[in-house]
Each structure stands twice: as structure tokens, then as C-alpha cells.
Design a protein around this ligand. Structure first.
Ligand SMILES: [Zn+2]
Length: 278
């Protein structure tokens, strides 16, 4: 049988605001409601950042705790992935929510440029975040903004610095970082298979109008797909996405087109080697 496709919904991020699209969920209660709709539409993983009341990025562990509790209550079985990304805080505050033991957390293992700044991931901080994830048995999703990040993840895994096999996500289309390039994408897949084995699952995320492009490339190549308002707030040039669920439905339609079943949360947990929950 064709491997089911795991859909991850990145509901909020740290950049888009309600001025960009009023559907961006920024309070914890909005995030829970938006995730619930996306879960019912077919998403098995939710990737989340939290925000302050004025919509600026936060890394407050209490907000993350409320969000995680709400998702576990309203979307039982859904995989919770919390962001340790550098736009939400600095230094070790980025990992302050890891003691909550989410199923997964994002982990950036190297630095690169972002649209207006350097995305700083110094080796000592990366090592600390990875060790916290190991302590709390959290599976990292490696955010590969560059080929070197895939190699870094493999080296960390070989050195026993990462508890579980890393799940690599190719991020393409961030201004000043890796553009959306098919040859590079294919080489990323080749590299993941070479370093982690032919069956190693991987996923991809595209920014803005490239979200759907990366969805199509990943789904048609046997990978898994990320969508959601964090990366893209539009359905097309002229239409704002009405919800995270609307973006998930678009990804589900592509899965149907390429005859990939959409992974249930149980299947997603099995594919990623995560604990099953009742
Ligand atoms: Zn994120």
C-alpha cells in the first residue's frame, strides 16, 4: 500500500498577524478551535508557537501548557509539536516549554539568513535544546533551511545527541535562505535516504505561494506535507485563506490527486515512531 501522507498544520507561527489575515489564531482559545477544525479536516500534527495578547511572539511556557492541554482534550491523539524557533525568544527561553513533554518539538541545527535578520542557532544552544528533548523523550523535527543542516542532524544522531531518529523537514522559499528549487529538493531527498535509510520519513514546507508547490512535490515524491497559516495566509493571489482547515483541505485534495491516503493520527504516530495514546 502507498504510504499514507502525514499532514502537519502550522497554525500560527510568529510572523503573521490578524492584519495580514483575520483567521490567524493568536489567543490560546482561538488556536485550540482552529486546530480542532484542521484536525477534523485531516491534519495529524499541529505545529505551534504562542503569542502575547498584542500578537507579538511569546515563549511563555504557561501559554504552551494551556494550548497543549486544550489540544489533548479537543483533538485526542493529534501529535503536538511545539516550536523552539528563534523568532519566539532568545537563548534557552526557546526551550522553556520542553518540560511539558510534547510529542515533538522543532529543532533548527544551524544558522542562516532570514528576510531581515540572521537566524542564529549557535552550536551550544542547539546542543542544549537537543539534550532537553532527549531528557523529556521528545522527537525532534529538524528544520533544514540548508543542506548542511541535514548533515548536522545526522552527525548529532550518530553521536547519540538526539534520542529518536530525526524527522527532517525541508524548508524552502524563505527570503535570503534556500529558494524553491527542484534539483535541490531532489538532492535533499537523496541525502536523507543516504544518511537515515530508504524508509526514513521526511516532510517539506514552502513559504507563501510556494506552500502548495512544496505540498505537491512532497506528496508526489512519497514525503509528508506541511500547511497552515504560519507559512502562508492565502489560497491564491487574491483570496485570503478563511482558516487553517481550508489550507488542510487543499493538501488533502492533492493527496487524493496523487492517490496518497491521508494518515490518521494513529498511522502518523506509527510512521514517526511516537508513543500511541489511548
Ligand atoms: Zn514554526
Amino acid at each position: 500500500m502507498t504510504t499514507p501522507c502525514i499532514i502537519c498544520v502550522a497554525i500560527t507561527g510568529s510572523v503573521p498577524t490578524k492584519a495580514d489575515n483575520p483567521a490567524v489564531p493568536t489567543s490560546v482559545s482561538e488556536q485550540i478551535e482552529s486546530t480542532h477544525e484542521a484536525f477534523e479536516a485531516g491534519a495529524a500534527i499541529m505545529h505551534a508557537h504562542v503569542r502575547n495578547d498584542d500578537e507579538t511572539p511569546s515563549s511563555d511556557p504557561e501559554k504552551f501548557a494551556l494550548l497543549k492541554e486544550g489540544i489533548e482534550k479537543h483533538c485526542p491523539g493529534m501529535i503536538v509539536q511545539l516550536s523552539t524557533g528563534g523568532r519566539s525568544g532568545a537563548g534557552q527561553t526557546r526551550g522553556g516549554m520542553l518540560p511539558l513533554k510534547p510529542d515533538m518539538a522543532s529543532l533548527s541545527v544551524g544558522s542562516n539568513n532570514f528576510p531581515t535578520r540572521v537566524y542564529e542557532n549557535p552550536p551550544d544552544l542547539v546542543a542544549w535544546l537537543a539534550s532537553e528533548m532527549k531528557t523529556y523523550d521528545i522527537k525532534p523535527e529538524i528544520e533544514a533551511f540548508d543542506l548542511s543542516h541535514i548533515f548536522r542532524a545526522a552527525a548529532m544522531y550518530d553521536a547519540g545527541e538526539i534520542a529518536q531518529t530525526p524527522y527532517v523537514q525541508f524548508v524552502m522559499g524563505v527570503k535570503n535562505a534556500m529558494p524553491v528549487d527542484r534539483d535541490v529538493f531532489d538532492y535533499y531527498i537523496h541525502t536523507v535516504k543516504r544518511l537515515f535509510g530508504d524508509d526514513a520519513p521526511w516532510c517539506a514546507a514552502g513559504i507563501g505561494p510556494n506552500q502548495i508547490v512544496l505540498n505537491e512535490w512532497a506528496i508526489s515524491s512519497g514525503g509528508h506535507a506541511r500547511t497552515g497559516l504560519e507559512d502562508n495566509v492565502r489560497l491564491d493571489r487574491d483570496t485570503l485563506a478563511p482558516s487553517n482547515a481550508a489550507l488542510v483541505k487543499r493538501t488533502v485534495a492533492l493527496c487524493e490527486q496523487y492517490e496518497r491516503p491521508v494518515a490518521t493520527w494513529q498511522q502518523a504516530r506509527e510512521l514517526l515512531g511516537l508513543r500511541q495514546v489511548a
